[in-house]
Write a protein of this length. Structure first.
Length: 151
């Protein structure tokens, strides 16, 4: 059984997360994964800034940071299955970007969550080819869930 734990580490109420959870579960299904778990953690700009500074040596806030537990060898716990890691999203940055890109907070949070999910699976966008693969997968998941840029 697949499991996504969602934590909100701010005072914000984020009703969009119920839908974001469904979008993430559909991404898990699309990738034909079974018995995986990971966390989605909603934080503020200050918190994600500290994560970015500490772990990436970049002294500014960002929208999403992932901490994948897998690399060459999968982490599989007998009772819990495959544990992928954590996705941190700044709610402040998500709100800024939803206004900047003129779409809903739901669309921005869904995009960032799915983007983080694919990072947990080892996808990245360091090269044009890798970016095309990763972004195509993301858009397929979002589109399948009716999450469009204008939504």
């Amino acid at each position: 059984m697949n499991h996504i734990e969602i934590f909100i580490q701010t005072d914000e109420e984020v009703p969009e997360l119920e839908t974001v959870n469904k979008v993430l579960l559909s991404a898990v299904e699309k990738e034909k994964l079974d018995n995986v778990s990971f966390n989605l953690i909603i934080v503020d700009n200050k918190y994600i800034h500290e994560l970015n500074k500490t772990y990436r040596k970049i002294d500014r806030e960002t929208d999403v940071i992932t901490f994948a537990l897998e690399d060459e060898d999968s982490i599989i716990l007998p009772d819990e299955g495959r544990i992928l890691g954590d996705i941190y999203i700044s709610i402040d940055k998500a709100k800024e970007q939803s206004k900047e890109y003129k779409h809903s907070l739901l669309r921005e949070l869904s995009f960032l969550a799915v983007h983080g999910f694919y990072h947990l699976l080892g996808y990245d966008h360091q090269t044009k080819e890798d970016e095309e693969i990763m972004f195509k997968k993301q858009e397929e998941v979002l589109e399948a869930n009716g999450i469009r840029r204008e939504s």
